[in-house]
Design a protein around this ligand. Sequence first.
Ligand code: B12
Length: 803
Amino acid sequence: MRFTELLRTGPLFLDGGMGSLLQARGLRPGEAPEKWNLTHPEAITAIHREYYEAGTNLVATNTFGVHPERYTPAECEQMIRAAVACAEKARQEAGGKDLFIGLDTGPCGKLLRPLGTLDFEDAVKGFALIARIAADCGVDCIFIETMNDGAETRAALLAMKENCGLPVLVSNAYGADGKLMTGGTPEAVTAMLEGLGADAVGVNCSLGPEALAPIVERYLAAASVPVLMKPNAGLPREQDGKTVYDVLPEEFAARVTELIPKGLRIMGGCCGTTPEYIRALVKAAEGQVPPAIEPKEHTVIASRGQTVILGRDPAVIGERINPTGKKRLRKALEEGDMAYILNEALAQEERGAEILDVNVGTPGVDEPALLAQAVQELQAVTDLPLQLDTADPEAMERALRVYNGKAMINSVNGKQEVMDAIFPLVKKYGGAVVALTLDEDGIPGTAEGRLAIAEKILREAEKYGIGRKDILFDPLTMTVSAEGSAAQVTLDALRLIRERTGCGTVLGVSNVSFGLPAREVLGSVFLTMALERGLSAAIMNPLNDRMTGAMVSFRTLTGRDENCGAYIRFAGELPAMQAVAAAPGAGTAKETEAKGLRRAVVKGLCREAARLAGEALDGGRDGLELVQQEIIPALDEVGRGFEAKTLFLPQLMMSAEAAEAAFREIKARAAGKAEGAGAGCPVVLATVKGDIHDIGKNIVRLLLENYGFEVTDLGRDVAPETVLEAVERLHAPVCGLSALMTTTVPAMAETVTLLHEKAPWCRVMVGGAVLTEEYAREIGADGYGRDAMAAVRLAERFTRENA
Ligand code: B12
């Protein structure tokens, strides 16, 4: 059977774990398994053969860790070729039928921006190298696995699709909360990967089969491509210094095969599983055939961690990031003022926008570069799906590449030239495309004319293999003041197109009232009429209470608002909205600025945070007071969100950066103001080994310097020996250590012990969120400070006592 055929029919059996089998054969802790392709090819071949003999159809090559971020291109090539040769030899030795080889690839080990430092296109380049070698080696498919960040998964898949024609299976690693480390959900990840052309999607690692089952079921409900599952043999735990797994082969097999009637068709094992597990799996699956895959026909778009299904409940697309008719936004775009755009985004999100339109096209800007930048910055501060809005195909492609999800693409239309430019992008990157019902002859004056264009667009899309579910029609809102029947024609076209094509619909509603007074009165009624005719999404201003009121009321009146909860919440916010509207010259930016520094830090707005801190200082506020009353509470709020899993690492990072930006302002103003009891006394300061949290330590430094201490700041993740070396060199009487995680307190204890032993003259004070007075005493510290002021008092006391 051909590989792609087996992929679709199933069941297709994958292999199991590799690491523990290699360790049993002598792989030392810390040794790279991929090097064994070169040094111990017979061992790798034997493991693959054991899996084939146990019933595996597809073995994954021993190349999980091979990546140009870790090895030179020549080394990558050497290891991949050797790995494929091992698998090929095993296949020949096993000699059975339906035996295939997948080139295995895992995370590159670096985090992508904004989480880390790796640029998206550099990540693509790394995986592209692997793709080219794999294609040349003649494997049957690529197996991307254990990916815990959606952006890196996207980079890997894109690279594979651009550089080899092989089928690609993509498997992500989820936490027990059903989310990727960076917040991706099964539905959002599936939408993104299917859009990019993954041939199978699914999950591996992290959890045992039982805990993974609900996540797999969510995949099965969302995916139109085959779904795979490769769980661990339970949760790993330590026993006598060894990692052990609790789920035995029969139980493992029973749990996994339970999902076959629900549609699971590709299965294997991950950490802790052996050929015995695969044998049990094959046996348990005997005679079971998964049901045919049901294509999911809903229109879905996604961000990193959210999906919006269009066509069920009407959605609000925030229209405010569009310079047409907006002088202030145009100026911001010309000046590259991203803070303004980010604020617009957050204000719309707070007012209920579910999707954000992003249009940065204005004369004099480099639209492709600016749109890509705006998309990247926006997705660092908001997780709402974006509608990429541009008439420039180059700008569209640049933005689509970096968009971490399945975007709404605005727009294509019936002009041949536009369809030729946009449909290939929709096909390649995925997305739901908004199609305007106009063509070379303009906008038809009748509903039937607009329907005819819609049908033409559908025929053309079909040539690219773009399904109806990924097309939404915009029947075009015309200005009623210019043509009395304009609104009626649009509304008729909307209904006709919905009924005849079954596709979703989108309308930018504001245009209807152009040139008339009290525009939102007319606009809100037009919106209601469009909603009544089945509009899927309205591009509108969510900050306008009439417009939002119409949308909320429509949902309430059509039974979509349980206990009228949304309506009551909306009504509760009305006075605030009216106040905004009534204030002279009021706009989003002004309104949100008022909420201040704390919000900027929570939302991760760096420039905004720095600016607001500067303004507050100019206005006479005390720097330390700002830290205590705004910055620390903001970080605490983010920390709570992180703990409750409502916020994810990217947001935590952005908030930390915003806090640091504000802090830099405060520090710059404080420079040279030193006065106090420190009088040049040396203090060594460090965040302990393994801990990279340094905001608190930096505050401690600022205050100590303010009080005249001569601080040597060793930074973060500092080894005990390095701290000792500095204390000895400076003969420092005081040392301050900071630790923020339970896991790094032992490193703090180690440092304290070392200092007491080798530098007995030095008094050690400790601090950081996880510490307590009692714990500080237990680890032998000379003092504990709960905040930066306490650090100053301790340093003063120690120097006094030492004198
Ligand atoms: C910002 C932040 C980050 C930023 C750090 C950026 C930076 N440059 O510091 C980033 C995003 C990088 C980050 C990463 C991680 N973080 Co973090 N992070 C936080 C967060 C939200 C705020 C910390 C902070 O800056 N607080 C504000 C400062 C001013 O407070 P402070 O440090 O306590 O300092 C004050 C006092 O303690 C005292 N003090 C501090 N040091 C000293 C020293 C001396 C000598 C004295 C006397 C006093 C003193 O004075 C300071 C001023 O008043 C906390 C949650 C929270 N609310 O604490 C989580 C938190 C600390 N992080 C956490 C985790 C788990 C992580 C990660 C492991 C996440 C991950 N899965 O990858 C990584 C760890 C990476 C590593 N190896 O260190 C956990 C730790 C859980 C635990 N109990 O062990 C927390 C508590 C979040 C949570 N609730 O789960 N994080």
